[in-house]
Ligand binder design. Structure first.
Ligand code: ZN
Length: 222
């Protein structure tokens, strides 16, 4: 068996990943989580080593409310297509590559929402969003009474490769997500089900944290 064959997934596994991606894309699109063709999704397939893996990822610039044969392609650990295709992977595929390399996770989802943008700007100087004692922290398998977490925020650059080392430095293995300032969130999990649970929990916590800051502000003003 060649190294290529050893790491590539079976046809069934690839079909399963594409079916899951289609469902998640339709679900998130229905929530308005892909404004203006933004956002991207990926699911890893086949064997994994930090230096060698493959994943299915959304192709660049597609309307994510439509389902077409051009929606996804398979790429390798450096974000290069690993099957014959005219499709281009999402511009931010290198960020998915780095998250898979660092965590070995099974799925990575990225969305731009008003609340994840607002909260990343609000706490940008601090470098993380603090969340205190909210029940939904348990979605991250953190069960301590009155748990407190900090969700990392990294700077956003137009040049995607410049963002990668920021992710490397900021990623906290306990927290399955990173915010890009005034851009959006990357959330991940062992599989698509877990990544979706994490993303939903983050979005809830960001809205909560933002509204809490407003409440504190109006309390101070009396
Ligand atoms: Zn983005």
């Amino acid at each position: 068996m060649t190294l290529q064959e050893e790491y590539s997934a079976t046809t069934e596994e690839k079909q399963r990943a594409l079916a899951e991606l289609r469902n998640i894309k339709a679900d998130f699109s229905g929530r308005g989580w892909f404004p203006g063709t933004s956002g991207n999704l990926s699911i890893r397939v086949g064997a994994y080593a930090p230096t060698r893996f493959q994943f299915a990822v959304t192709s660049s610039g597609r309307d994510k409310s439509a389902q077409t044969p051009e929606d996804f392609l398979f790429v390798d650990e450096s974000g290069r297509p690993c099957e014959a295709t005219a499709l281009k992977p999402s511009a931010e595929t290198l960020i998915h590559c780095e998250i898979y390399r660092l965590t070995g996770c099974g799925a990575v989802f990225h969305v731009h929402t008003v609340f994840n943008n607002l909260i990343s700007e609000w706490f940008a100087e601090r470098g993380s969003v603090p969340v205190d004692a909210v029940e939904l922290i348990k979605a991250f398998n953190i069960w301590d009474q009155d748990a407190r977490i900090d969700v990392p925020i990294v700077p956003n650059y137009a040049d995607i490769p410049s963002i990668v080392p920021e992710i490397t430095a900021a990623l906290d293995p306990r927290i399955p997500g990173v915010l890009l300032r005034n851009h959006g969130i990357y959330a991940w999990g062992a599989n698509a089900f877990e990544a979706k649970r994490h993303l939903e929990a983050f979005e809830f916590l960001f809205e909560y944290a933002y509204r809490m800051e407003l409440l504190k502000g109006s309390a101070r003003r009396g």
